[in-house]
Design a protein around this ligand. Structure first.
Ligand code: HEM
Length: 592
């Protein structure tokens, strides 16, 4: 089956399955739940593990080939070097261009590990100086382009590099340095559809883990930019959320499959109702984890120290990257290739690239929920917590043109998800009755009963309709919790004066470009605090009427060195997030 081929959920497929030789002798679970084997093999095929979109086992912590020791040594020193503004110099003066072709040809974990390391290097290099660097040197750009092309991910930090592949687990009582081993068995437990592996309400019946990845005290990050507990916590909350959400994936696939089987599966309404009820519990449990963000991540540290490092290169004209970043591919480009030009005073071969920064908005789990329910998002959004792509006075003409042709946010960020997860979401969007998820099935059910058959909904139908509405409300509540977080971590800090401790200037001479671009003593430079403010500028300074924290029409408090902050220009951040919440609520309006 090709990656995007829909599941055989039609009645024809069902008949074929029912009459196929051997179907009688299938295992108990398969005969009770038609297609269970098929769903399990699909999950394996699309890299959906018992941890959901997280890997089955812990991500690789060190590249085994000694050849890559320079990367491993450097990543360990990254926060310390960034702290003193010495990371760029270290790369420029001491790091060789290592080739990616020594990474294990069949060991995907090695490519993932290299991607994690190189993404941290890339963002450390771009943002770890007096001004953002317009050039990514060959030592980082050459292997990063090769590794991301192998993984089919953009050469920029993504949710995969920061979260999904950047954690390790420790037994609860162990010192933080001891890692524990996970099961590497890729097969799924032969559990029936509505028996989750990890649920808020039930403990795993077949626990193949030696730890519970939903438990934050079992998790540690592999890498951070700042070595702060806040940064680790920021990444790990997402890891725990992904793990908590894992069990619902097969559950919802069974429901969609039952819907697809339709009349040949008389239980489809029951199955779907039960799955939706389980989804409500799951979304609530994941939401509880989201709210634990407050426990370990300090808003001011997030806003002034962490967030600036996560910025991408797209729409960043306001903070000094009007063309994005030039990936200097040096000799790798060979003769006769396009892209030789003078950048920062040198002839270089390479390419300008502009990408969104790392964002939890790239989580496949939340999009999975949307697709299953049939929630549609149409806004292009404008911003990432870490990147800015809104129209502002400092946007270049190219940026403005690009913004007019933007894809919806949720569609665009699929490109930032691991290939198989992207393909999985494309597949899910065609399951059930085709595009429209459970919403379409519920709407058709209501229409058939009320319009065509002229009757009230029967009890099972009422239950299904209610379960569907409850599920969309639960997801909208989740988005409300997220909105509160965005207010606390971005909106409020952006309106407060920059604390002295965050006004630190990078030392001049901290590596490429600082001298040429003005990172000299006494000269105003783009420091970390102003990058975050610049990102906020991209978010449009939150001018929405409903904005709970709105105080003065969106004018900027605080000194804000660096680019002048905008008023309410551009598409605002909170309106975008409120729109995604409202689209969720709207999806629940069936049969009213
Ligand atoms: C301090 C914590 C967080 C902050 C400040 C934050 C901020 C933001 C911002 C600014 C956006 C706008 C869209 C974009 O990415 O450009 C966004 C979107 C999003 N974020 Fe977060 N976020 C945080 C934590 C999380 C976590 C832990 C998750 C869960 C995986 C998450 C999931 C999402 C999703 C799914 C979107 C897309 C919009 C939607 O579908 O509703 N965020 N976030």
């Amino acid at each position: 089956m090709s990656p995007c081929e829909p599941l055989p959920t039609s009645a024809a497929a069902s008949k074929q399955q029912a009459s196929s030789p051997g179907s009688e002798s299938e295992s108990d679970s398969s005969s009770h739940f038609p297609g269970i084997d098929h769903i399990q093999s699909l999950l394996t095929k699309y890299d959906i593990t018992t941890n959901g979109f997280l890997p089955e086992g812990p991500p690789l912590e060190v590249l085994p080939d000694e050849y890559y020791a320079p990367w491993e040594n450097l990543i360990r020193r990254l926060p310390a070097l960034l702290d003193v503004g010495a990371f760029r110099a270290e790369v420029d003066d001491r790091l060789a261009v290592l080739e990616a072709d020594r990474l294990g040809t069949w060991k995907e974990e090695e490519w993932r590990r290299a991607y994690v390391v190189l993404c941290f290097f890339a963002h450390g290099y771009i943002w770890g100086g007096a001004r953002p660097s317009e050039v990514l040197p060959p030592q980082i750009a050459v292997p990063l382009v090769a590794v991301s092309s192998h993984l089919d991910l953009p050469p920029i930090a993504t949710y995969a590099s920061l979260n999904l592949w950047n954690f390790r687990c420790v037994p609860e009582s162990s010192p933080s340095t001891t890692s524990c081993s996970l099961s590497t068995d890729l097969s799924l437990p032969p559990s029936p559809p509505l028996t989750p592996a990890f649920s808020s309400t039930s403990q795993p019946t077949t626990n193949k883990f030696k730890f519970d990845p939903t438990n934050l005290s079992n998790l540690r990050t592999l890498h951070t930019f700042t070595n702060t507990p806040s940064e680790s916590w920021f990444y790990l909350v997402s890891v725990a959320m992904e793990a908590q959400g894992a069990y619902i994936i097969p559950t919802m696939l069974y429901a969609l499959q039952a819907i697809g089987l339709g009349s040949s599966d008389p239980d489809w309404k029951d199955t779907t109702t039960k799955a939706l009820r389980e989804l409500v519990k799951c979304v609530e449990a994941v939401g509880e984890l989201l709210e634990r963000m407050y426990e370990g991540c300090e808003p001011m540290v997030f806003y002034h120290q962490i967030r600036p490092f996560l910025a991408g290169s797209k729409g960043m004209g306001g903070v000094g990257l009007p063309r994005g970043v030039f990936y200097d591919l040096g000799a790798a480009m060979g003769e006769g290739h396009v892209g030789e030009e003078e950048v920062q005073g040198q002839r270089r071969k390479g390419k300008w690239m502009a990408y969104r920064g790392g964002s939890n908005g790239q989580s496949s789990l939340i999009q999975f929920w949307d697709l299953v329910l049939g929630v549609e998002h149409v806004s292009a959004g404008n911003s990432s917590p870490h990147s800015s792509s809104s129209t502002s006075s400092s946007s270049t003409t190219a940026e403005k043109g690009e913004q007019q042709n933007m894809k919806p946010f949720h569609e665009e960020v699929r490109e930032y998800m691991p290939l198989k997860h992207r393909q999985f979401l494309a597949l899910v969007s065609k399951m059930g009755l085709g595009k429209g998820g459970i919403r379409k099935a519920v709407m058709e059910m209501v229409e058939t009963a009320t319009d065509h058959e002229g009757r009230d909904l029967n009890q099972k139908e009422v239950e299904l309709q209610k379960a569907f509405q409850d599920a969309t409300r639960a997801l909208a509540n989740f988005r409300n919790k997220h909105l509160q977080i965005v207010a606390r971590y971005i909106v409020i800090p952006s309106r407060q004066a920059v604390p002295e401790e965050y006004k630190k200037k990078w030392k001049s001479g901290s590596g490429s470009g600082d001298e040429e671009t003005g990172g000299k003593d006494g000269e105003e430079v783009v420091n970390l605090a102003s990058v975050s403010s610049g990102l906020q500028q991209g978010h449009g300074r939150e001018g929405g009427k409903e904005d709970e924290e709105k105080k003065d029409g969106g004018h900027v408090h605080g000194p804000g060195p660096g680019p002048e902050l905008m008023g309410t220009g551009g598409t605002a951040l909170l309106p975008f997030l409120k729109q995604t919440r409202d689209e969720t609520l709207k999806a629940g309006e069936v049969g009213r």
